[in-house]
Design a protein. Sequence first.
Length: 93
Amino acid sequence: MTTAPAWTGTITCRCPTPEMADRLARSLGPEVVREVPRARAQIERGPAGEVRVRIAARDTGALRAAVQTYLGWLRLAEATEIVASLPDGDDED
C-alpha cells in the first residue's frame, strides 16, 4: 500500500484449545503475505486459545472486503477442523 492506512479492524477468534489456535494461526499465515487490495493484515496469538487478525486498510471498502475475506478463511479453517475431528467413516451433513 502506498498510502498510510486510515481504517483498522480486528477479528478475534477464541478456539476451544490452544492447539486449535496454533493450527488456525499457521493456516492463516500464508494468506497474510498475500496482498488483499488496499489492505494488509497481521496474525497475532492472544491468550491461550485466541487468535487475532488485525487488518489495516486505506478506505472502508477495502476494510470491508478484507474482513469478509478473512472471515471466509476462518470459516473454512473451522469447518476443516470439525471434519478432521470426526471419527473415521462419519460424515456430518
